[in-house]
Design a protein around this ligand. Structure first.
Ligand code: E4P
Length: 217
């Protein structure tokens, strides 16, 4: 499973990247706002840190304007994935931009039918938003499983990018279902390393070590 980091915070990306935990990055207008940075400048900086796909999102609503914005974003670096929303116009933009050889991430996906359309429009990635479905009392994991089944039934190559991951359980479940990629905030990726039994075991080992009176260095 590939790990994308869902942030525009450069320091957090660098820290995880040094550990080999970063296969790509996703940003969106809210994350750009949170970073306080200029979209073109911060996205460029991220593409210089990370080798894998870096998603940068268009903000226009009609297809022609999305295509223009997408072409501009794609000039930032070779590893840009243009992010377009899952609307009819977004699908048109996906078709054109992917036809021009760009990676396209179709975002804000909340149904299996939407994912099916994105695959047919040539999307490189489909981003089903798990957490936002959970927020309205629907099961985001069911959506990931449905898309996995449909894509496998027909051999679609669009990669399932499990997005809006809020908990470590979302990460486990996405991996079990077979999402190709997950994108999660840095805090969630770091939390995946935690286990109370690890902490408890370490505490016992250190107490016993103290009693031996030995030193390694
Ligand atoms: C994905 O590409 C989105 O940026 C992100 O996962 C949205 O997550 P949120 O619902 O926690 O804002």
């Amino acid at each position: 499973m590939k790990f994308f980091v869902d942030t525009a915070e450069v320091d957090a990306i660098k820290e995880l990247n040094e550990l080999g935990m970063v296969d790509g990055v996703t940003t969106n207008p809210s994350l750009i706002l949170k970073s306080g940075r200029d979209i073109l400048e911060v996205t460029k900086e991220i593409t210089q840190i990370v080798d894998g796909p870096v998603s940068a999102e268009v903000v226009a609503l009609d297809a022609d304007a999305m295509i223009e914005e997408g072409r501009k974003l794609a000039t930032i670096a070779d590893n840009i994935a243009v992010k377009v929303p899952l609307t009819w116009d977004g699908l048109k933009a996906c078709k054109v931009l992917s036809g021009e050889g760009n990676m396209v991430n179709v975002t804000l996906c909340f149904s299996a039918n939407q994912a099916l359309l994105a695959a047919k429009a040539g999307a490189t990635f489909i981003s089903p938003f798990i957490g936002r479905l959970d927020d309205i009392n629907l099961d985001g994991m069911d959506l990931i499983a449905d898309i996995r089944t449909i894509y496998d039934n027909y051999g679609f190559e669009t990669q399932i990018l499990a997005a809006s991951i809020r908990t470590v359980n979302h990460a486990t479940q996405s991996a079990l279902i077979g999402a190709d990629v997950m994108t999660a905030p840095p805090e969630v990726i770091k939390k995946m390393a935690s286990h109370p039994l690890t902490d408890k075991g370490l505490e016992t080992f250190l107490k016993d070590w103290e009693k031996t009176g030995q030193k390694i260095l």
